[in-house]
Structure formats: structure tokens, C-alpha cells
Write a new protein. Structure first.
Length: 297
């Protein structure tokens, strides 16, 4: 892997890990619906300006059904679920639970194909379940019964990503950039009718506004551009390695900016979940770097 690609990979992981930090900051004062509508709106506007600059015209109407399905399961629904969970759970917990999405994708894929899970996938699933149990068990002890719903919402958000992954395999062939751009506008439309029922909770402060801007423009809009560039340079399987780095940055940002304690349960839970995801996806770090060297010299 070239230094440039490695830098992009780390930057993307830092941005997506940071998304949980910004949701944690803004979810309570704004409410999940207002926060996520702002997130997808700023992301859509960012991608619009980029598409205008690169002269890429979005064929939204021609692929409207596809964009709405992708927007629902890959953006609107998981973003809302994570934003709800962010009102109660710390950044590291959110980031680790998010990394279970490839495990969900493998389970859904096997169910749809009516195939038994292989031993490797089953091992990964077991490791992931144990990791989540370690993490969730500690959160449950601290929060009591109030932890059940936010933890369930975070896991359902990861499940939604798994649904989107499997849908994408049979979806219409649309350019990756157009998928991001179109699905963001679809997400804006999907969430918009909810706004009258979930208005602002508090007045907008500079800190909260900054968190929303960073979340929408950088952690969503520009992060997609980085992700597509990585796919173009390394291929989708290698770009998937960002999944294993996001929890590390989530834990780091939560500790640095919100003084979250990095407990033994957090470390054990993240290691087990990441190991489970590696088993499920068949990811090999040595293969990634070999491919990167062959492609990028």
C-alpha cells in the first residue's frame, strides 16, 4: 500500500470514528431527527458542489427507487438509530457496535442464499457476539435497564448497513459517487416529514453548530469521496479495512475530547469484535498491502 493510500485510509477511519464523537455532542441538544436531517443535508450539498465542479450530472429521477432504498438503509435509518443511541452511549461503544455491520451482512447474505454459515464465518460470528456481550454487559451494569434500547438501536443500525450491503449486490449498476450523492438527497427527503414532530430541543450554540458542520461536510460528504478514491486505488475488499480502524479512532476521540475512560472491557470488546469481523470478511492485511504495492508501486 502506498503512503498516499495509507494516509487516505487513516484519514477516512479518523473521520468516520469522529462521526460518533459529533453525534454524541449534538444528539441530546438537537434531538436525533434534527441532527441527522442536518447531517445528510450538509453532506448532499457538499456532494452537489463537488459534482458541479467535476461536471458530473446526477440522474436522480432515472434511479429514484434505487436511491431511496439505498438512502433508507445506508443513511437515513442507521444514522437516526445511531443518533438516538448517542444520547446515552459513549463514543467508543457506538464505534465498536458499528463495526459489527460486516457480520450482519454475512448473516443476511447466507440467509438470502439459503446457505449454511462456514466454520470461519461461524467462528467470526461467535467472536463478535462475545465481544459485544463484553461491551454491552459493562454498559448494562452502569446504566441498568435504560441501556437496553440504545444498545439495541445501535445494533439495528449496524444491521441496516448489512441490509444495504446485500442490496447493493443486486442493485442497478450506478456509479459509486452517484450512489452517495443520490442516496443523500433521498435521505433528506425521507427524514424531512419527521421534523415537525421532533423540533429543536435547545438553542443552537457555536459548539453544536460546529459539530453538525463537521459531521455533515467532513464525516459524511467528504468521507465518501475518500472512500471512493480508496476503492478506485485498492479495490473494495482492501478499502473495507477501514472498518477495523474506526473503533480505534472512536475510542481515541472519546477519550481525548470527552474524557471517556478506556476500560479493560472496551479493549477486550473491541479486539473480539474486530477479530470476528476479520474472520467473517476473510480480510487479510498482508493481501491488502501486497495489492497496494502492486497497484501503486
Amino acid at each position: 500500500m502506498s503512503p498516499t493510500s495509507l494516509g487516505r485510509l487513516l484519514t477516512l477511519a479518523a473521520l468516520w470514528g469522529g462521526s460518533f464523537l459529533f453525534m454524541r455532542i449534538a444528539a441530546n441538544p438537537l434531538g436525533p431527527v434534527v441532527l441527522i436531517e442536518a447531517r445528510v443535508a450538509f453532506a448532499a450539498i457538499t456532494l452537489f458542489f463537488v459534482s458541479f465542479y467535476i461536471k458530473n450530472k446526477l440522474q436522480f429521477v432515472d434511479n429514484i427507487k434505487h436511491f431511496f432504498i439505498l438512502g433508507l438503509f445506508n443513511s437515513a435509518l442507521p444514522f437516526l438509530l445511531f443518533a438516538y443511541a448517542a444520547q446515552f452511549l459513549n463514543v467508543s461503544t457506538l464505534a465498536i457496535l458499528n463495526s459489527t455491520s460486516p457480520i450482519w451482512a454475512a448473516i443476511i447474505g447466507a440467509f438470502l442464499a439459503k446457505k449454511r454459515l462456514s466454520k470461519r464465518v461461524s467462528t467470526g460470528l461467535a467472536l463478535g457476539v462475545i465481544g459485544v456481550s463484553v461491551l454491552v454487559g459493562w454498559q448494562g451494569l452502569k446504566m441498568g435497564e435504560s441501556a437496553i434500547l440504545p444498545i439495541t438501536c445501535a445494533l439495528m443500525a449496524a444491521l441496516s448497513y448489512g441490509i444495504a450491503t446485500n442490496y447493493a449486490k443486486t442493485a442497478p449498476q450506478v456509479e459509486a459517487y452517484d450512489n452517495a450523492h443520490g442516496s443523500m438527497w433521498a435521505s433528506v427527503i425521507i427524514i424531512l416529514p419527521l421534523l415537525p414532530f421532533f423540533p429543536f430541543r435547545e438553542s443552537l450554540t457555536l459548539d453544536i453548530f460546529t459539530a453538525v458542520i463537521l459531521l455533515g461536510v467532513f464525516c459524511t460528504g467528504l468521507a465518501y469521496l475518500l472512500y471512493f478514491r480508496l476503492i478506485a486505488n485498492l479495490g473494495a475488499p482492501s478499502a473495507l479495512s477501514v472498518t477495523f480502524l474506526i473503533p480505534l479512532f472512536g475510542i481515541l476521540w472519546g477519550h481525548l475530547f470527552l474524557n471517556e475512560i478506556i476500560g479493560l472491557n472496551t479493549l477486550i470488546g473491541s479486539i473480539l469484535v474486530i477479530a470476528g469481523t476479520i474472520f467473517v470478511t476473510g480480510f487479510s492485511p498482508s493481501t491488502v498491502f501486497k495489492k497496494g504495492i502492486l497497484k501503486n508501486g
